[in-house]
Design a protein. Structure first.
Length: 415
């Protein structure tokens, strides 16, 4: 017979046992079946399918076993050919038909190799670099990379890492809009000759500044001519810093103060429940990053006004102290067996200045006495000694914090 140009069999979607057509000649044992499903390639064993006829000069079919069809239902079935490179013709005894069959066999093998090479990565003509891969043990769970000479090697990429250019890394290191705009201003001379239309901005690509279409918002940031203009776009607002959850905790301490970025802080207290009934939430401050917290007999002063709401009437009280070991946020105490416990917003104003630090709060709670009455409170307090405060401690006046959480926000500095 003659051997025509090779046309691979189509890719089939597994839907039952088949049969599935093989659209080219093949030798007995030369067909290979594999299924891709959910990103995983599975090569089928000979027991998973039958080939009819076993040896075909034109075409044939494959039929899956019932088990294989059920296992791989919906997957993509690939039928390939790997002709064994054998030569059985002997010139002293064999005749023309035997030679023809052997030539067909060899041609099919060459076609199979051509198919594999055509789907392979390969070096360009004239490149003599050794492209041998590292051993399997070295490649396992690693990424394929190329070293400075272009040879294959292995490397690792952090799953949480974001790969960016060296230029973008300098921008990401900017601590504030002024620094960011300063870096961009350094390149204004290079982009001055570009004419921008709507929603276009410069981008450094393939070694040169080019125009690139971006959102209107990002354009207003990129083309801002000074820090004030960028700040107007970005806005000065609260930035979430950290959230801490109590679980029978003696205290919840916050040491994440950053004077370079923030001028004030807000703490949102949510459903703090004490282990001991009818105790008040306290605040203490630190000027050494949380190594210790001021707790002297007259370190703090505070005053607050609170109201109690019952089914029929409301009552109002005020309280305060000129010298205490902590800032008490309310009078009486919080119930340890009734939600929502104590919730509040606490504002710490300009703690990084070496002055008495002012703290304001407003909140609500279920009282531990008086029939678990609902109360609201507004208050102010301060650390009496002048100091740059850089840590805050929340606690109850007795016992641990059974549950609840506190979220810390920073108020960004203006440009």
């Amino acid at each position: 017979m003659t051997v025509e140009a090779f046309a691979p069999s189509p890719v089939y979607i597994v839907a039952g046992v088949g049969p599935y057509g093989v659209t080219h000649p093949y030798r007995q044992g030369a067909l290979r079946l594999a299924v891709w499903q959910n990103g995983i390639r599975t090569e089928l064993a000979p027991a998973d399918f039958t080939v009819t006829p076993a040896d075909a000069s034109v075409a044939g079919t494959v039929t899956l076993s019932a088990a294989a069809a059920a296992t791989h239902d919906g997957g993509s079935l690939f039928i390939t050919r790997e002709t064994s490179p054998e030569q059985g013709w002997e010139g002293t005894t064999s005749r023309e038909r035997g030679l023809e069959a052997q030539l067909d066999w060899i041609t099919q093998g060459v076609q199979d190799i051509e198919q594999v090479i055509g789907r392979s990565l390969r070096a360009p003509l004239g490149d003599t670099t050794n492209l041998e891969l590292p051993p399997a043990l070295d490649r396992a769970l690693r990424t394929l990379m190329f070293d400075a000479t272009g040879r294959p090697t292995v490397g690792t990429v952090e799953t949480t890492a974001l790969l960016v250019s060296a230029y973008v890394q300098t921008l990401l290191a900017s601590a504030d809009p002024a620094t960011l705009l300063g870096l961009i201003d350094a390149d204004l001379a290079a982009i001055a000759g570009l004419s921008f239309g709507n929603n276009e901005a410069p981008i450094f690509h393939t070694g040169a500044w080019q125009k690139y279409t971006v959102s209107s918002f990002m354009r207003s940031v990129l083309v801002a001519t000074n820090a004030a203009a960028a700040q107007a776009t970005l806005g000065v607002g609260l930035v979430p810093i950290v959230e801490k959850v109590a679980s029978n905790s003696p205290t919840l301490d916050f040491t994440e103060f950053d004077p370079a970025r923030f001028q004030a802080y807000e703490f949102h207290l949510h459903s703090l429940i004490p282990a001991t009934n009818n105790v008040s939430p306290w605040i203490r401050t630190s000027a050494n990053g949380g190594s210790s917290y001021a707790a002297g007999a007259s370190d703090y002063s505070y005053a607050f006004w609170q109201s109690e709401h019952t089914n029929a009437i409301g009552s109002h009280t005020s309280s305060g102290s000129a010298g205490e070991i902590a800032i008490s946020l309310l009078s009486g105490g919080v119930a340890n067996n009734v939600n929502p416990g104590f919730s509040a917003k606490v504002v710490v104003s300009y703690p990084h200045e070496a002055k008495p630090v002012l703290i304001n709060w407003e909140g609500a709670y279920v009282a531990g006495a008086a029939g678990n009455a609902f109360r609201s409170v507004n208050g102010q307090g301060f650390r009496r000694a002048s100091a740059a405060v850089n840590a805050l401690r929340f606690m109850f006046g007795g016992g641990n914090i059974t549950s609840g959480k506190i979220t810390m926000y920073g108020l960004r500095k203006p440009a």
